[in-house]
Write a protein that binds this ligand. Structure first.
Ligand code: GLC
Ligand code: GLC
Length: 649
């Protein structure tokens, strides 16, 4: 019998014994209709993972009740948004969309204070605000909030759930979407589930991966990657109270949830719906690659991880269809692509573009960027990339070794070079970065640092080097310019927009000093926003540079929003005849075209004009300068770090 037929019988039985009397008539109808539409898929996914367990159907019934309650608790305004989004689901492919990720405490410092920053977001053109995890978390080190103790409680230092809902409303009124984290690979060791487990409760011990001795952990560790080798070796932590080993992929206080237990799936779904019902437009699926463990593998990107995320997506379609998923898979490019699907994650970070932009800045060469984007940029039309340059984490060099080999680059040596370059250990490097997670066993390392410091501003300011300052600003604008134009939602990382330098103060804080990612978690003060908004004037070189960055980004964002070609259009990555230049063509279904070209070097570069032929026009206009470029003369000249956005004139 087919899944659809099976699921029909099952759904009839479940519905017959599910009490819908608490729902309004309209909600009951919506619920039944959506369940009928999505249950076959949910059933298929759920039974694929849990079907062999004797109590699978019991848990499936419970899940349906959780979904019912989710819809019941959804506010009328959000239900209205659900129908709007169902009518025009592709809002995230719009040229209007520009994102920013920020920490409440570093910008607020509370949720209520953030209301005053809405003008700042608007001045820049931001339409999507990702608030970094703001849930209740352990005091001291909480992995920047990624160790959640209670998904339903806001960290008291930031405010309350009410404050969050109020902010979500206020943002929504100004056309700004709220994005929240869904941290579902692990909880903190202070979550009520973990506490019950610590107290010896068997049911809750089953929510996590606990082992009596090292036998099984040792077997797994043969093939696991160490994520934070600087704080603890391996992926397991011995807990004295339980006298058991706990699976802790990240920090010792972040306990991995056991998704082979359907109760965990159900419980987390309930938390997910709570977050969706706060009024967010997207949930960022934190560390999603790690949720399924399979002995003998690296326990990343496993097939069942995908199946589970698809099942979560079904649940969302039933209860809160206005909400989409954003994948945070910082893994091999081929694996990143596998999460991107309308029925899995509609949005995905683009770690490959991010890493290769930095690569091209360091090498001044674009071959690896071009080849890699040719291979991995294209995704389905109903999904979109979230393109970023910096974030709160480290930079890992996650490019495809095979692509590197093909163009004669030794990937191992090249990663070493990039690490040396960005940590300033390479002679002549412009970057001031900090090494992160150096692994003594394999020499692996990643890089931290702010946009400005990695682009050379810190060094240039220290050396009083005016040309260096100018080049650093141009580098920052070049990288962001590509994210604004290449297709997808550009995501600014707050403090980048005003070119703030590394903040080394974390080294004096015991709860932070072992985690160098804090160097790039930087406050945006009132002084900064006043400068940016023109309420004060720059009083030194650093402030002048900050203002140039802000103004430059602001201008590019405005141009992006005025031109539909930056929204729903296809991207073709082009080969150029100059190894320092990168180019792509945007083409809409109506045949509209835009050619973007840019120069990654500090020297002027020329390109043959034949590249302009892709526009099939005799002249074109650069949206960034307003100047017209004629096609007939010999070569096209690009100034150091210049980019052009050319439309047929
Ligand atoms: C994600 C977050 C990172 C965190 C990890 C564990 O990768 O971006 O900051 O440490 O997940 O939650
Ligand atoms: C690893 C993980 C990624 C996480 C990061 C945090 O790269 O793959 O998910 O954000 O570590 O440092």
């Amino acid at each position: 019998m087919s899944y659809a037929a099976d699921s029909g019988v099952c759904l009839d039985r479940i519905l017959a014994s599910t009490d819908l009397s608490g729902l309004t008539k309209k909600d009951a109808t919506t619920f039944t209709r959506r369940l009928k539409a999505h249950f076959p898929r949910l059933f298929e996914k759920y039974t694929y993972v849990y079907g062999h367990q004797y109590d699978c159907y019991f848990h499936l019934q419970k899940l349906v009740e959780i979904l019912r309650d989710g819809l019941k608790n959804r506010k009328p305004a959000l239900k209205k948004l659900d129908s709007q989004r169902l009518d025009s689901p592709l809002w995230y492919r719009d040229e209007e969309q520009v994102g920013m990720a920020c920490y409440v405490d570093l910008m607020g410092p509370t949720l209520n204070d953030l209301h005053d920053k809405i003008d700042y977001f608007k001045a820049l053109g931001v339409t999507y605000v990702h608030l970094m995890p703001l849930y209740d978390a352990p005091k001291g080190d909480s992995d920047g909030g990624y160790a959640v103790s209670d998904y339903r409680k806001v960290n008291p230092t930031l405010g309350t759930v009410k404050d969050l809902e109020k902010l979500a409303d206020a943002l929504q009124k100004e056309g700004i979407n709220l994005v929240l984290d869904f941290v579902f690979n692990h909880t903190s060791d202070e979550h009520a589930w973990a506490k019950a487990a610590l107290d010896g409760n068997k049911q809750y011990q089953n929510y996590y991966y606990l082992f009596d001795d090292r036998t099984i952990p040792d077997q797994y560790e043969h093939t696991l990657r160490e994520i934070f080798p600087q704080v603890r070796r391996g992926s397991f932590t011995f807990n004295e109270q339980m006298e058991k080993w706990v699976w802790t992929t990240f920090n010792s206080f972040q306990w991995d949830l056991n998704y082979s237990n359907p109760e965990v799936f159900n419980a987390i779904t309930s938390e997910m719906l709570f977050l969706a019902n706060l009024g967010c437009a997207a949930l960022r699926l934190d560390a999603l690659a790690f949720i399924w463990k399979e002995l003998g593998t690296n326990c990343e990107n496993q097939e069942k991880a995908h199946v589970l995320i698809q099942a979560f997506n079904c649940c969302l379609q039933i209860v809160a269809p206005a909400v989409v998923f954003k994948s945070e898979a910082i893994v091999h490019p081929d694996e990143v692509l596998k999460y991107i699907d309308k029925d899995e994650c509609q949005l995905s970070y683009n770690p490959l573009l991010m890493a290769l932009l930095w690569n091209s800045l360091a090498t001044r060469k674009t071959r690896l960027l071009t080849s890699s984007m040719k291979k991995s940029f294209a995704i389905s039309d109903d999904c979109t990339w979230v393109n970023y340059v910096r974030c709160h984490d480290d930079i890992g060099w996650t490019f495809d070794d095979a692509v590197a080999h093909d163009i004669g680059i030794n990937p191992f040596d090249h990663r070493l070079f990039l690490n040396q370059f960005y940590t300033g250990r390479f002679e002549g490097s412009f970057a001031n970065g900090v090494p992160f997670a150096e692994n003594p066993s394999n020499g692996d390392c990643r890089v931290c640092g702010s946009l400005a410091s990695l682009c050379g501003l810190e060094g240039a300011l220290n050396d009083n080097d005016a040309q260096g300052v100018d080049e650093a600003v141009k580098r920052m604008l070049l990288l962001y310019g590509i994210t604004f134009s290449i297709g997808g939602i550009p995501l600014l990382y707050s403090s980048d927009e005003i070119g703030k330098l590394n903040d080394y103060s974390y080294r004096d804080d015991d709860s932070k000093k072992h985690d160098d990612r804090w160097v790039n978690r930087i406050a945006v003060t009132n002084e900064d926003t006043q400068l940016a908004l023109g309420e004060t004037t720059p009083s030194n070189t650093a402030q002048s540079a900050s203002l140039r960055v802000f103004k430059g980004l602001q201008q590019m964002i405005a141009i992006r929003k005025e031109n539909a070609i930056f929204g729903q259009a296809k991207t073709h990555i082009l080969e150029t005849d100059n190894q320092h230049c990168f180019a792509f063509l945007r083409e809409s279904t109506e045949g509209e075209k835009l050619l973007a070209i840019c120069n990654f070097s500090e020297h002027p570069q020329s390109l043959s004009r034949s590249i302009l032929a892709t526009l099939k026009h005799s002249a074109s206009k650069d949206l960034l300068t307003g100047e017209t470029v004629e096609i007939n003369s010999s070569a096209l000249l690009l100034a150091p770090f210049q980019q052009m956005w050319l439309l047929p004139a």
